[in-house]
Ligand binder design. Structure first.
Ligand code: IPM
Ligand code: MG
Length: 366
C-alpha cells in the first residue's frame, strides 16, 4: 500500500471548509489501496495577524519533504491586498519552482453556464499558465511617489528557459490527452487525414508585447517541430476571450504567460459554471506540487457551510493523477460528476445541499 504525505494548508475564509471536504473524499479513497498522512499547516492570514509571520525559507524547505500539497485559499479582509499573496501563495509557487499552473476547463452535464448556446462537449480544454515569471516577479519601480510626475513600471520578464519548459509541457499535455487512435475531436477532416492528434494554442499579444511574445512565438515554433503530430496555433489574448465565449470548442490546450493565464482562467471558470467547479494544479514536475481550487476565500460565505467544495475535490483528484494514481483519481472524478448531476447549482447557497452534504455524497460514491 502506498502512503502519501500531504501538506494541507486550509488557509483563510472558506478555504478550510472546502479542504475539509476534499480530505473527506481522499480518506474515502483509502479503501482503494492508498493511504494519506495529512499534516495541517497554519500558513495563513490568521497566523500573520497573530505573529507577523508569512512563510519562512525554512518552512519552504519543510514543504519539499511532502509528496504533494493541498491548499484552500489565502487572503484576509483585515490585511492589505498583496502581502499574503506575495509572501505565502506566490512564494510557494516561486520557491518550490511550481512552474506550471494547470487549469482544466470542462463543462459537466447539468451545470448551468452563462453561455446559453453551448453544450458540455463544446467546453473541454486545458489552460497551461506559466507560473513563475512574467509580471508576477514583482520587479518594477516607482519614482516621485505622490508627485504629479510620478512614474511606475512593472516588468514582464521571461527567460527562454522558462518559456521553453512551459511550452514543452503544453505539447506533452496534448500527448497525455489524445493519441492517434483517439485524436482530439476538434480537428478538421484535413488535420485528421494528416495524422494530427491535438492542438496547442499559444495565447499572447505579439502585436504589442513585441519582445516577450516574440520570444514565446519563436520558442513555440521551435518546440512544435519536435511534435509534428500536434497542430501549432496562435491567438491574441483579446481574441482568446472572444472564442472562449463564442466558440470554446476550438481549444484543446492553451499555453500562455502568467498574467494572461490568470485572467483568462477566471473567464474560463465562469463558462464552466463558476469558481465553485474549477480546480488547479501548481506543478513542479521534478519537485513538490500544490493543488488548489481556483476560487478565493469568499469572506461573505465563511462559516456558513454553503460554499461549493467541488473545486477543492477537483484539486484533490488532480493531485492523485499527478501522483500517478490514475485509477483512484478516475473514481473520484466519476463520483464528483454523479453528485454534480444532483446539485441545483454550482453557486454558493444555491446548491440545494450544504458544503458538508456534498462532500459526504462524493465520499459515499468513492
Ligand atoms: C490565482 C489568483 C492569484 C494569482 C492571486 C490570489 C495572487 O488569482 O491563483 O489565479 O493571481 O495567481
Ligand atoms: Mg486568478
Amino acid at each position: 500500500m502506498t502512503e502519501y504525505n500531504i501538506a494541507v494548508i486550509g488557509g483563510d475564509g472558506t478555504g478550510p471548509e472546502v479542504i475539509r471536504e476534499a480530505k473527506k473524499v481522499l480518506r474515502a479513497a483509502e479503501k482503494h489501496g492508498i493511504s494519506f498522512n495529512f499534516t495541517d499547516l497554519p500558513y495563513d492570514g490568521t497566523r500573520y495577524i497573530e505573529t507577523g509571520e508569512t512563510l519562512s525559507d525554512s518552512e519552504i524547505e519543510g514543504l519539499k519533504n511532502y509528496d504533494a500539497m493541498l491548499l484552500g485559499a489565502i487572503g484576509h479582509p483585515d490585511i492589505k491586498p498583496g502581502i499574503l499573496e506575495r509572501d505565502i501563495l506566490l512564494k510557494m509557487r516561486f520557491d518550490l519552482d511550481q512552474y506550471i499552473n494547470l487549469r482544466p476547463v470542462k463543462l459537466y452535464p447539468n451545470v448551468d453556464t452563462p453561455l446559453a448556446y453551448t453544450t458540455p462537449d463544446n467546453i473541454d480544454y486545458v489552460v497551461i499558465r506559466e507560473n513563475t515569471g512574467g509580471l508576477y516577479t514583482g520587479k518594477g519601480s516607482c519614482e516621485n511617489k505622490g508627485a504629479a510626475d510620478e512614474i511606475t513600471t512593472q516588468v514582464m520578464e521571461y527567460s527562454r528557459k522558462q518559456v521553453e519548459r512551459c511550452v514543452r509541457y503544453a505539447f506533452e499535455t496534448v500527448r497525455k490527452r489524445h493519441s492517434i487512435n483517439t485524436p482530439w475531436k476538434g480537428l478538421s477532416a484535413e488535420e485528421n487525414e494528416k495524422g494530427f492528434i491535438g492542438k496547442v494554442t499559444l495565447c499572447g499579444k505579439t502585436n504589442v508585447l513585441t519582445y516577450v511574445f516574440d520570444l514565446w512565438q519563436r520558442v513555440m515554433d521551435e518546440v512544435a517541430t519536435e511534435y509534428p503530430d500536434i497542430v501549432n496555433d496562435y491567438v491574441h489574448v483579446d481574441a482568446v476571450c472572444i472564442y472562449m465565449v463564442e466558440s470554446p470548442a476550438r481549444f484543446d490546450v492553451i499555453v500562455t504567460g502568467n498574467m494572461f493565464g490568470d485572467i483568462i482562467t477566471d473567464l474560463a471558470a465562469v463558462t464552466q459554471g463558476g469558481m465553485g467547479v474549477a480546480g488547479s494544479g501548481n506543478i513542479n514536475p521534478e519537485g513538490v506540487s500544490m493543488f488548489e481550487p481556483i476560487g478565493g476565500t469568499a469572506p461573505a460565505f465563511t462559516g456558513l457551510n454553503q460554499i461549493n467544495p467541488i473545486a477543492a475535490i477537483s484539486a484533490a483528484h488532480m493531485m492523485l493523477s499527478h501522483l500517478g494514481e490514475n485509477k483512484v483519481a478516475g473514481i473520484i472524478e466519476e463520483a464528483k460528476i454523479s453528485v454534480i448531476k444532483k446539485m441545483d447549482s454550482m453557486l454558493a447557497a444555491k446548491m440545494g445541499y450544504s458544503t458538508t452534504e456534498i462532500g459526504d455524497m462524493v465520499a459515499d460514491l468513492v
